[in-house]
Design a protein around this ligand. Structure first.
Ligand code: FAD
Length: 633
C-alpha cells in the first residue's frame, strides 16, 4: 500500500507563491510541460499575506526615482553584502514586471492622474511600493493564478486538456529531490489529504518554497515555512549562503499570546505611524546609526515635515531599515521602557483621520479589532520584533537562478544573495517576479538543452522507495517522541539562543541542543493513519527545520561582526574585512553542515560611483575604495 503515483514533466516547480507561479508561467510560455506543487492550498502562500507592496522604481510618485536609486537603496539596506548583479537585475527589471502584472489584470491603487500609486517604506529613498491597500500580495497571487488559468484555457482549446502543459498539485509536499550522477532527476512527496505518495520525473526543478520562520518561536510566518527548500537543496548537494542573516521584523503583534508574532505591516510607519516607549518618547531618534545619520531627521518637526515635503526634509527615523528598528525596540523593552505586554507603542491614530486609516490600512484595522480588541483609529498598537524573513538561501547564478547542482534552480525567499544582510521591505515581492521569471526561463532552456540529465527511471524508483519507507516509519505506534514537543524545543532554542541579539557561548549551546534534537528527530512517533495527519507532516518537516537551524547557527557563530540581520553582542561592530566574505554552507551528511568562505562579488565601478566616497569608507576596506577623484562622479 505504499503505491507511488508517477508523473513526468519537463519542469517541476516546488512552491506556488509569487516566485513559483511566475516561474511556472515562464516555463509554460516556453512550451514546457510544467508542474507546480504546493504544500498548502493553491493560493495560500506567504505571497498572499504580503501587505505593504512591491518595490519598483516606476517613478510615478517622484520622477527622480530610477533603477540606480533603487539599486543604491538595496545595497545600503543589505549593508553592501548583496550580490551586486542580483541587486542590479532586480532594480532594472522590477518596473517591467509590475507593469506586466498590471497588463495581466492586477488592479493597483492609483495616483490622482491614474498611474500606479507608490508608497513610502523603510530604506527606500522615494515612494516606491506599488500596492493595493495593505493587501498587495493577494492581488499579486490572484493575478498570477488568473494568468495560469488563462494558459490552461489556451491548452484546453488547443489540445483538449487544460492540464496538458501546466498542472497544479495542491496540498502536496515534496520531501526529497532525486538526483542521478549529480544532476536533478525529479522530486518525491506525499499528498496531504490521503497520504498517498507521488514521484515526479523531471530534468529541471525550480525551488520556490519560501522561508524558514517556523524554526523560531515568535514569527510572522505560517505553518508551511519549515525551510523545506533550503534543506532539499542542501541534501541534493547545493550550497546556501548568508544563512546567518535572519530578518526580525520590528513590528509584530505582542498580545494576546495566541497571535504573538503576527505581522503589523511597515505601511503603518510608511503612512505616518510613530513609535513611542512607555515614557511617551519617540525613541527612534536615539537610534540613528552613523552610517545613516545624514539621511534621517534629527527632530520631530523635521520628521513630520517629510511626509508632505520630502524634498526639504529628511526622513523620520521610524523608516530606518528593519534591522535598526528591531534592535531599537528590543533595547527599549530590555531597558524597562516597554508597553504592558512587552512591546512598544505604534500609533497612527494621532497622525491620520480615522477614515483615512480605514482606507489605507483596512487589514490592520480589522486584524487589531478582531484579534486584540484594539481600535487603531483611536488608540496605539503594541508591537515587538518577530522573525519574518530569511535573507540566506540557495546560492544561485544571478542571471539564471541556477544552483550549483545541474537542473536545480531557486527563486524567491529560498534563494540567497539578492538582499545581502538585510532585505528592504517591498523588495521581496519584486524579487519573486524578477527571479521567478528568470528561473522558469532558465529551467525551460535547460530541460531542452544538451546538458540536461537523462531522467533515470531507476534512480527515481530507488529514491521513491526509500523515501516512502522512511516516511512510513513515523506512523508506527509508540516508542518515539512527540514531534510537537521537539518542534517547541527547537523554536525555543533558536528564539532564545540564535535570535535578534546573539552571543558566542549561547550559539555554542544552541549547536549542542541541535545535535540532540537531531538525534531525537529520527525516532518520532506520529501514530494514526496517513489521512490528514498533521503530526506525521510535522515529523517529516522537522529534520528540515533542524538542518536549516544548524546552517543558521553555524554561520552565525562563525561571523564575528554585526551586520544587518545578524547582531553579535560580543562583536558589535561592522567589519570591512567580514564584508568581503560570504559564508557558504553545505551538508556533507543529512545531519551535519560545513562552512566555507567565499568572496563577495565586487560592485562594478560604474555602480560604485553611485555612492559618495565618504559613505563607502564606512563599509569598504582602504584598498577597495575607489580613487579619490572618480569617487563622487
Ligand atoms: P511563498 O509565497 O512563501 O510560497 C512558498 C510556496 O512553497 C507555498 O506554496 C508553499 O506551500 C510551498 N512549499 C513550501 N514547502 C514545500 C514543500 N516541501 N513541498 C511543496 N510545496 C512547498 N514582502 C514584500 O516585498 N512586501 C510586503 O508587503 C510583504 N509583506 C509580508 C507580510 C507577511 C505577513 C509575510 C509573512 C511576508 C511578507 N513579505 C513581504 C515577504 C514576502 O511575502 C515573502 O518573502 C514572499 O512572499 C515569499 O515568496 P515565495 O514565492 O518565495 O514563497
Amino acid at each position: 500500500d505504499t503505491g507511488i503515483t508517477r508523473y513526468t514533466y519537463d519542469v517541476v516547480v516546488i512552491g506556488a507563491g509569487g516566485a513559483g507561479l511566475r516561474a511556472a508561467i515562464a516555463a509554460r510560455e516556453q512550451g514546457k510541460r510544467t508542474a507546480v506543487i504546493s504544500k498548502s492550498l493553491f493560493g495560500k502562500a506567504h505571497t498572499v499575506m504580503a501587505e505593504g507592496g512591491a518595490a519598483a522604481a516606476l517613478g510615478n510618485a517622484n520622477p527622480s526615482d530610477a533603477w540606480p536609486v533603487h539599486f543604491r537603496d538595496t545595497i545600503r539596506g543589505g549593508k553592501f553584502l548583496n550580490d551586486p548583479r542580483m541587486a542590479e537585475l532586480h532594480a532594472r527589471e522590477a518596473p517591467e514586471r509590475i507593469l506586466e502584472l498590471e497588463h495581466w489584470g492586477a488592479l493597483f491603487d492609483r495616483t490622482a492622474d491614474g498611474r500606479i500609486s507608490q508608497r513610502n517604506f523603510g530604506g527606500h529613498e522615494y515612494p516606491r511600493l506599488a500596492h493595493v491597500g495593505d493587501r498587495t500580495g493577494l492581488e499579486m497571487i490572484r493575478t498570477l493564478q488568473q494568468r495560469i488559468v488563462a494558459l490552461q484555457q489556451a491548452d484546453a482549446a488547443e489540445l483538449g486538456d487544460p492540464e496538458a502543459r501546466l498542472r497544479v498539485f495542491a496540498e502536496t509536499a515534496v520531501t526529497e529531490l532525486v538526483t542521478d550522477g549529480g544532476r536533478i532527476a525529479g522530486a518525491f512527496g506525499y499528498r496531504r489529504a490521503d497520504g498517498g505518495f507521488v514521484v515526479f520525473e523531471a530534468p529541471a526543478v525550480v525551488l520556490a518554497t519560501g522561508g524558514i520562520g517556523k524554526a523560531f518561536r515568535t514569527t510572522s510566518n505560517s505553518w508551511e515555512y519549515t525551510g523545506d527548500g533550503h534543506a532539499l537543496a542542501l541534501r541534493a548537494g547545493a550550497s546556501l549562503i548568508n544563512m546567518e542573516f535572519v530578518q526580525f521584523h520590528p513590528t509584530g503583534m505582542v498580545w494576546p499570546p495566541s497571535v504573538k508574532g503576527i505581522l503589523v505591516t511597515e505601511s503603518v510607519r510608511g503612512d505616518g505611524g510613530v513609535l513611542r516607549n512607555s515614557e511617551g518618547r519617540r525613541f527612534m531618534f536615539d537610534y540613528v546609526p552613523d552610517v545613516f545619520r545624514s539621511q534621517y531627521a534629527e527632530t520631530e518637526s523635521e520628521a513630520d515635515g517629510w511626509y508632505d515635503d520630502p524634498a526639504n526634509h529628511r526622513r523620520p527615523p521610524e523608516l530606518l531599515p528593519r534591522d535598526e528598528v528591531a534592535r531599537a525596540i528590543n533595547n527599549e523593552v530590555k531597558e524597562g521602557r516597554g508597553s504592558p505586554h512587552g512591546g512598544v507603542f505604534l500609533d497612527v491614530s494621532t497622525r491620520l483621520p480615522a477614515e483615512e486609516i480605514r482606507r489605507r490600512l483596512p487589514s490592520m484595522h480589522h486584524q487589531f479589532k478582531e484579534l486584540a480588541d484594539v481600535d487603531i483609529t483611536a488608540e496605539p498598537m503594541e508591537v515587538g520584533p518577530t522573525c519574518h524573513y530569511v535573507m540566506g538561501g540557495v546560492r544561485v547564478d544571478a542571471d539564471t537562478a541556477a544552483s550549483d547542482v545541474p537542473g536545480l534552480y531557486a527563486a524567491g525567499e529560498v534563494a540567497g544573495g539578492m538582499h545581502g544582510s538585510n532585505r528592504l521591505g517591498g523588495n521581496s515581492l519584486s524579487d519573486l517576479l524578477v527571479f521567478g521569471r528568470r528561473a522558469g526561463l532558465a529551467a525551460a532552456a535547460y530541460a531542452d538543452g544538451p546538458g540536461r540529465g537523462t531522467v533515470a527511471g531507476e534512480a527515481v524508483d530507488r529514491v521513491a522507495a526509500a523515501s516512502a519507507r522512511y516516511a512510513l516509519e513515523f506512523l508506527k505506534q509508540g516508542g518515539g517522541e512527540n514531534p510537537y514537543t521537539l518542534h517547541a524545543e527547537l523554536q525555543d532554542t533558536m528564539n532564545d539562543l540564535v535570535g535578534i541579539i546573539r552571543r558566542g557561548p549561547e550559539m555554542a549551546e544552541a549547536i549542542a541542543r541541535l545535535d540532540s534534537l537531531g538525534e531525537r528527530s529520527s525516532v518520532l512517533s506520529a501514530p494514526g493513519d496517513r489521512v490528514y495527519n498533521p503530526g506525521w507532516h510535522l515529523a517529516l518537516a522537522l529534520p528540515n527545520m533542524i538542518l536549516v537551524s544548524r546552517a543558521i547557527t553555524a554561520a552565525a557563530l562563525e561571523r564575528e561582526e554585526s551586520r544587518g540581520g545578524h547582531t553579535r553582542d560580543d562583536f558589535p561592530a561592522m567589519s570591512a574585512e567580514w564584508r568581503r566574505v560570504n559564508l557558504e554552507v553545505r551538508a556533507d551528511r543529512a545531519d551535519r553542515v560545513t562552512l566555507a568562505r567565499r568572496p563577495v562579488a565586487d560592485i562594478p565601478a560604474a555602480l560604485l560611483a553611485l555612492f559618495e566616497r565618504e559613505e563607502l569608507s564606512k563599509y569598504l576596506t582602504e584598498e577597495e575604495l575607489p580613487e579619490q577623484d572618480g569617487a563622487d562622479a
